[in-house]
Design a protein around this ligand. Structure first.
Ligand SMILES: NC(=O)c1ccc[n+]([C@@H]2O[C@H](COP(=O)([O-])OP(=O)(O)OC[C@H]3O[C@@H](n4cnc5c(N)ncnc54)[C@H](OP(=O)(O)O)[C@@H]3O)[C@@H](O)[C@H]2O)c1
Length: 276
């Protein structure tokens, strides 16, 4: 990120992942200040990543052109309210990764004139293979949008969505998505064990298949139907399995599951993500 000074408020899992990614991409440690309330976490940030961390969020934000809000959603309001006067003076870009916190609430807490971008990353960001949904209100200019996008690209891909409601679908798809694949790999492992394979071997086959299928899908043009067809020969083993899944209405089950997660994301946002 050239010479921009960044503040990361919240040096937990996501904050650390972002800092690690930014450093790998050439941001210098002295360009990053972290506001983190836990002393042990601050020491770990300095020791492991060489960035300075302070318990005083205002000090971290003082000279920042971009502030990443990476605290738990329930802490977002108090953190931003305390930073209000500073944000009003400097107008840094505020990039919030706090799940469910709406831009209207962020704008109200930050005050007028502070460009807000919301991001919904997912857990594979911890290994640099995340995907982040990004949204900004229409009045946010191109420069803050690109700056926020570059930050999130430090931990994987970043994809803009056109409406804020879409972030609830992104939450259900890629935010919760890793758990669906983990469950499927777990169930495949169990089934193989029940058929007689050693548990340790079964787990290795399932995890390696998850990894390899992910790599293949990622390296392709994204046509998942074609990739599936390439593994499925007529009258073969894959076809036998897929027919069984179809007969059990896997499509309907997945549609209902993603629908349930989207509705839950909306409920949670209504509970604590809106301005109060
Ligand atoms: N992890 C994910 O996969 C994921 C995915 C998508 C979005 N997110 C979002 O990312 C955000 C961070 O998640 P996380 O997993 O990184 O959480 P986390 O590990 O709990 O990190 C948050 C850190 O911020 C600290 N903190 C709390 N209040 C603070 C304050 N007032 N000033 C400075 N630091 C403060 C926390 O300390 P305490 O422990 O004392 O609270 C903690 O160390 C959340 O809003 C979450 O919704 C996470």
């Amino acid at each position: 990120m050239n010479n921009t000074h960044l503040a990361i408020i919240g040096g937990g899992n996501m904050g650390r992942a972002l800092i690690g990614g930014l450093l790998r991409r050439g941001t210098r440690p002295e360009q990053i200040s972290v506001g983190e309330s836990v002393a042990e976490a601050r020491a770990a940030l300095a020791r492991d990543l060489g960035v300075s961390a302070t318990a005083d969020n205002s000090a971290a934000v003082e000279t920042a052109a971009l502030v990443v809000l990476a605290v738990k959603p329930q802490d977002a309001a108090s953190v931003l309210a305390a930073l209000g006067p500073l944000l009003q003076r400097n107008h840094p870009i505020v990039l919030s990764i706090a799940a469910g916190i709406r831009t209207a609430a962020l704008e109200a807490w930050c005050g007028a004139g502070v460009p807000i971008v919301r991001a919904m990353p997912n857990r594979p960001a911890l290994v640099g293979a995340g995907v982040t949904g990004l949204f900004a209100p229409a009045h946010v200019a191109a420069a803050p949008r690109s700056a926020a996008e570059r930050v999130m690209q430090a931990v994987g891909e970043a994809v803009w969505v056109s409406s804020e409601e879409d972030l609830d679908i992104v939450t259900a798809l890629s935010g919760s998505g890793p758990a669906y694949f983990f469950l499927l790999a777990e169930l495949m492992t169990q089934a193989a064990v029940e058929l007689g394979l050693q548990p340790q071997a079964a787990r290795r086959f399932a995890v390696a298949t998850l990894h390899g299928a992910g790599l293949l899908a990622h390296a392709s043009d994204g046509d998942l139907g074609r990739l599936r067809a390439e593994v499925t020969s007529k009258g073969g083993t894959t076809e036998a399995a897929l027919r069984t899944l179809d007969a059990a209405d896997l499509r309907g089950i997945v549609a209902r599951a993603i629908g349930a997660a989207t509705r839950r994301s909306r409920e949670l946002a209504a509970q604590f993500g809106s301005e109060r």
